[in-house]
Design a binder for this molecule. Structure first.
Ligand code: C2E
Ligand code: MG
Ligand code: MG
Ligand code: MG
Length: 297
């Protein structure tokens, strides 16, 4: 990062300071390129959605999926969301892009239903979209265009969305009213106060993967995870742990009462066709009932 680069440059003297300047220039060039390409990409259909299963930890049964955006640029190659989402937010492009994501995710949800696969779909929503005055109407319109019951949609928002707590509360209540569920994503990494939690009708807390990955490296972290689960249960939230990469982490979470999770240990995000294969294989071995899992309802 820039601080490290600066430190190294200072330590090594003038030549390396030049290197530091180059690095910064490169970063600016890359950013400008991405911004320019990004504006074209939506029309050129360079974005696709991948889907990562959410599972019931005890059984590994798939109980829903999360839509994750992918941008594969013809020359630049795959650009990670953590690089392009901030640009989309700064330029306001996140609104049309996010609208496309919701539209596409619900189209896919309906297509799967027609093929006998009933899955809840979780969609990430950024602050700008969420604060947009027509957001609720857009959600309603997308659901009715696809003839989908709202119970199939979960919106994932981060704590940063809740900076204006009063306004957020109104929107979350409206979503609640129409029957769409809300999850707090990356829980624990933001700076919202805990008192926010009992003011909002939230359905799920997603324990951020930075906690899950540290469970066995840091005894403080394992205590925090236990406390998050305990608190979530007391407040009647569904708990979903993110970024589960091995069986030990899964075991710890199960032992401490977390019911649901996501992570490479179960499956990475997959293109729709591969996701469909995975679900069908669970259906055929009787792991999932045809009408979806009751556990998540
Ligand atoms: P997120 O919503 O918290 O999604 C979880 C991220 O963790 C995803 O990264 C996923 O691929 C990754 N992940 C899943 N399992 C594991 C694991 O076992 N280990 C590790 N290390 N990582 C795992 P991805 O797809 O790169 O997305 C990053 C972030 O970009 C998302 O975090 C979300 O905040 C944002 N994002 C992605 N798609 C959208 C979108 O359609 N709209 C908005 N507004 N944001 C999006
Ligand atoms: Mg998410
Ligand atoms: Mg998350
Ligand atoms: Mg996350």
């Amino acid at each position: 990062n820039a601080d490290t680069a600066m430190y190294m440059a200072k330590r090594r003297g003038k030549n390396n300071f030049q290197f530091f300047i180059h690095e910064n220039e490169n970063r600016l060039v890359r950013r400008n390129t991405l911004e320019r390409e990004f504006k074209k990409a939506l029309n050129k259909r360079e974005f696709i959605l991948n889907y990562q299963p959410k599972v019931e930890l005890k059984t590994g049964v798939i109980i829903g999926v999360e839509a994750l955006l992918r941008w594969d640029h013809p020359e630049l190659g795959p650009v990670p969301p953590l690089e392009f989402i901030p640009i989309a937010e700064e330029t306001g492009m996140i609104v049309p892009l996010g609208n496309w994501v919701l539209k596409e995710a619900l189209r896919q949800t309906k297509a799967w239903q027609k093929a006998g696969i009933e899955m809840k779909m979780a969609v990430n929503v950024s602050a700008l979209q969420f604060e947009n005055h027509s957001f609720i109407d857009f959600v309603k319109e997308m659901l009715s265009n696809n003839k989908l019951s709202p119970k199939y949609l979960i919106l994932e928002i981060t704590e940063s969305v809740m900076q204006d707590i009063k306004h957020s509360a109104i929107i979350i209540e409206k979503l609640n009213h129409i029957g769409v569920q809300v999850a707090i994503d990356d829980f624990g990494t933001g700076y919202s106060s805990l008192s926010v939690l009992n003011k909002l009708p939230i359905d799920f807390l997603k324990i951020d993967k930075s906690f899950v990955s540290e469970i066995f490296n840091n005894s403080n972290t394992s205590s925090i995870v236990k406390t998050m689960i305990e608190m979530g249960k007391n407040l009647n939230f569904g708990l979903i742990a993110e970024g589960i990469e091995n069986e030990r982490q899964a075991e710890f979470l199960i032992q401490n009462g977390c019911h649901f999770g996501q992570g490479y240990f179960y499956s990475p995000p997959l293109p729709a066709e591969e996701m469909e294969e995975l679900i069908k294989s669970q259906l055929s071995c009787g792991k999932i009932e045809k009408k979806g899992s009751a556990a998540f309802n």
